[in-house]
Design a protein around this ligand. Structure first.
Ligand code: BG6
Length: 455
């Protein structure tokens, strides 16, 4: 039977396929979110058949991957994706399975160095026709390693595919609470009214990880925390927090506003902290004299009338005390606060992204009882605690949106372009990293520079 959806994964033996793509596709299939009539073609150079490929995926997936539902979906095709001679067999396989309206995704789970060759072969073998909206190209960061290389990759892609066929994944945008930021901001009067520099004192955007580089030395050592996390995930979060009200909630209108934020960013060069965890140099395949940052902290400003003067602190790093991603919006003191001779704290809105998604609001409240003491309390909404069934994972949402042609949660080229421009400016001030044993070593440095406790 001909298939309604065909997903071809280039570089299918990599860890993205076992950790993210196959679990997400398996769940979408079982939940009947994608057609029962789906085919996944996994391409790799190794000598597997479909059965041994799935066994390998199961073994290399960190979380338990149930490959049973995938057995009827996945075909493994041995192929050297850099060799044009291997393409006709793939074209034939797809042709044999597609009908006129088949939705086709070509997922490039490969290193960016391979993009030019693979895109060229995809085009010349006529696997994809430029402009055919039913055929989409999907890929992930790194979108280059600086503005110039990102431009080169993008221009190359535009030679072969139209922008409307291209899906650039930033998986943070698929996270439940990041999708929720605009709703919290624009669908709640109490926040809409106070979302500006007269009420907001500071914003902290934090993505801490406990893990190290997990065997990704080749990629990570040439990247580092600033390029790996800030250029993509942290700037995406920042732009959603700081953007103006969009003309509409259609993808392009939202992106227009997000781009304006990044264009208006500046940073305080004296606030920059780069760190490297102790033990990084002993990781497999890391050069013994590597100066790569595994931690970065910086203070930025969004120079728009709405946010002028409000510091946005960005922090991310590996081998820290916890896996925690969150945004903290801190509000100014109330005008009455000074008259209360009590240790009042400021209100804070927590946007919690990981480990549990949710929203928290920190308030001052009287301690119940006979005395006039104050305590801080948190009104908390935990999304996972209220979700019916399992929470969907970011990749499920992103893959589903691609099959349905929804582009809101994917980055447009100018978002990437402006964020690389910003990162390139910071790079000019990069210093040798401070070696840290744990997060405790970094906290005093941050406090000394900013008089701020992060988290
Ligand atoms: C990836 C980075 O984009 O995001 C990794 O390349 C990082 O280095 C990961 O570990 C963090 O994602 P998450 O979803 O685990 O917060």
């Amino acid at each position: 039977m001909k298939k309604d959806l065909i997903i071809t994964i280039f570089g299918a033996t990599g860890d993205l396929t076992s950790r993210k793509l196959l679990p997400a596709l398996s769940k979408l299939y079982q939940d009947e979110q994608i057609s029962k009539n789906t085919l996944i073609i996994a391409l790799g150079r190794r000598d597997y058949d479909s059965k041994t490929f799935l066994a390998y995926m199961k073994e290399s997936s960190a979380a338990a991957l149930d490959t049973k539902p995938l057995e009827s979906l996945v075909i493994y095709q041995k192929m050297d994706i850099s060799n044009p001679k291997d393409y006709p067999a793939l074209v034939e396989l797809i042709q044999a399975n597609k009908h006129e309206k088949t939705r086709e995704l070509f997922y490039l789970a490969i290193a960016p160095e391979l993009f030019p060759d693979v895109s060229y072969h995809i085009n010349t073998s006529k696997l994809v026709t430029q402009g055919d909206i039913n055929q989409s190209i999907v890929f992930e960061k790194p979108f280059g390693h600086d503005l110039e290389s990102a431009k080169a990759i993008n221009e190359m892609l535009w030679q072969y595919f139209d922008e409307k066929q291209i899906y650039r994944i930033d998986h943070y945008l698929g996270k439940e609470m990041i999708q929720n930021i605009m709703m919290v901001r624009f669908a709640n009067r109490i926040f809409e009214e106070i979302w500006h520099n007269r009420s907001i004192k500071s914003v902290k955007i934090i993505a801490k990880e406990e893990e190290g580089i997990l065997g990704r030395a080749g990629y990570y050592d040439s990247s580092g925390a600033l390029k790996d996390m800030v250029q993509s995930h942290l700037l995406q979060m920042l732009s959603l927090i700081a953007m103006e009200v969009p003309m509409s909630y259609f993808s392009d209108d939202v992106k227009n506003e997000k781009v304006k934020v990044i264009k208006h960013l500046s940073f305080d060069k004296d606030s920059l902290i780069f760190g490297q965890y102790r033990g990084y140099l002993e990781e497999k395949n890391i050069p013994k004299d590597s100066k790569t940052d595994t931690f970065v902290f910086l203070k930025t400003y969004v120079n728009t009338p709405r946010f002028k003067g409000v510091p946005f602190y960005l922090m991310t790093g590996k081998k820290l005390d916890a896996k925690e991603s969150l945004i903290i919006i801190e509000f100014e003191e109330t005008s009455e606060q000074r008259k209360w001779n009590l240790p009042l704290s400021t209100n804070k809105l927590y946007i919690k992204i990981a480990p549990l998604d949710g929203v928290g609001l920190i308030l001052n409240s009287k301690v119940p009882g006979l005395r006039d003491d104050v305590e801080t309390v948190e009104l908390e909404y935990c999304i996972a605690c209220h979700a019916v069934g399992n929470m969907s994972e970011a990749y499920q949402k992103l893959l589903l949106d691609i099959t349905e042609h929804h582009k809101s949660l994917f980055t447009r080229w100018d978002e990437i372009e402006t964020s690389w421009h910003f990162i390139d400016q910071i790079k000019k001030h990069q210093k040798d990293p401070i070696i840290y044993q744990s997060y405790e070593d970094l906290k005093p440095l941050i406090f000394e520079l900013t008089k701020e406790e992060m988290k």
